[in-house]
Design a protein around this ligand. Structure first.
Ligand SMILES: Cc1ncc(COP(=O)(O)O)c(C=O)c1O
Length: 359
């Protein structure tokens, strides 16, 4: 008997979540902060780490970071769960809610990790397609009908959504919170770049789990820190699904230093938002590119007369790495690119401009 037979069939049938690495000058494929973690703050993190005893386990729930986050957001520490990136909190939330046969409803295209984890856990994933013609708006009626008919345990809403960069209407999100009967997993990984903030929903609805991360705006993708905000009772349950000591001392220290210095990140965020508008205008000016308005730090673009692969290769040859999302549901013809530093956005617009002039 092959040992592979012991692996769940739905896992064997799945494609892994992976990304081909490329060494490039301009990395615009993972929605990271191109300005980086400020050097002075790196020094501060290293200094604090030198004071710590690395032999000792971190405290169980990273109390210092949890309390700092609670103050920052205006919640009780009992409502804050910190984890090893928001991916880990997606995992622990789903681990304590769904098992074989349970329904999860996900509007797509969206971040693929929700489906991946739900599937590994044996849940049945119901996807609802959002349409380009509707600017990828939330198909609320369909989501609601499915959630109710399937008695879904979870509805996942990512706002601003990756990869469409659109924020959903607050009224529609509120309706799903009130009427779906499900727990609403709200992923706000890109909140800092957005005009919207869903934090207020926590005061209104007991069935909301809000996910945020230090990976994007706070330039800490490599360190893996995320957090979930929810009611005290749900937080207690979700913590049971986490691995002990999910967050290491180094990352927790860096996250505390980041929170103490939010003003520096606010400056970076303002610059990235301004660059987003400049990049968007530059893309609109290209006859063959149709960018989707963005409320995040990345832009989804439909290209005409060039395949996504051709654009990807053209940019890669010039040291610019973007994300080909054309295999995602409803996104044939689309690429996604992260707003870069000013010189990177210049390089990108120049490279695309070459295509406008023809071969
Ligand atoms: C929507 C969304 N949620 C969560 C994540 C994962 O972030 P983290 O680094 O916090 O695990 C990403 C990363 O790309 C994302 O795009």
């Amino acid at each position: 008997m092959s040992p592979l037979e012991q692996i769940k069939p739905q896992v064997r049938a799945m494609k892994p979540y992976t990304l081909t690495p490329h060494e490039v000058a301009h990395k615009m494929n993972q929605n990271e902060n191109p300005l980086g973690f400020p050097e002075a703050l790196k020094d501060e993190v290293l200094a604090r780490m030198r004071q710590q005893d690395w032999a000792r386990y971190p405290d169980f729930h990273s109390a210092e970071l949890t309390e700092a986050l609670a103050r920052h957001i205006g919640l009780s520490p009992s409502q804050v769960i910190v984890g090893n990136g928001s991916n880990e909190l997606i995992y622990s939330t789903l681990a304590v809610t769904v098992g074989p046969g349970d329904a999860v409803v996900i509007p797509v295209p969206t971040f693929s990790v929700y489906k991946l984890i739900a599937t590994v856990l044996g849940a049945t994933v119901h996807e609802v397609l959002m349409q380009a013609e509707d600017n990828f708006a939330l198909p609320t009626e369909q989501v609601l009908a499915l959630a109710q008919a399937e008695r879904a345990r979870i509805v996942v809403l990512c706002s601003p959504n990756n990869p469409t960069a659109q924020s959903y209407s607050l009224a529609e999100i509120r309706r799903l919170c009130a009427e779906s009967g499900a727990l609403i997993l709200l992923d706000e990984a890109y909140q800092e770049f957005s005009a919207q903030n869903l934090r207020g929903l926590l005061d209104e609805f007991p069935n909301v789990v809000l996910l945020r991360t230090f990976s994007k705006a706070m330039a800490m993708g490599g360190l893996r820190a995320g957090y979930a905000l929810t009611s005290e009772v749900l937080a207690q349950e979700i913590r049971k699904g986490q691995l002990p000591y999910a967050l290491n001392s180094f990352t927790a220290t860096a996250a505390v230093v980041a929170l103490e210095n939010m003003a520096l990140f606010e400056e970076q965020i303002a610059l990235i938002r301004a660059e987003r508008e400049r990049l968007f205008a530059g893309l609109v000016a290209l006859s063959f590119a149709q960018p989707v308005p963005s409320d995040a730090n990345f832009i989804l673009i439909r290209f005409e007369g060039h395949t996504p692969q051709a654009i990807f290769d053209h940019l890669l040859a010039r040291g610019i790495l973007v994300r080909d999302v054309s295999a995602s549901p409803g996104l044939a013809g689309y690429l996604r690119l992260t707003v870069g530093a000013p010189h990177e956005n210049d390089a990108l617009l120049a490279a695309l401009g070459e295509l406008a002039q023809g071969p």
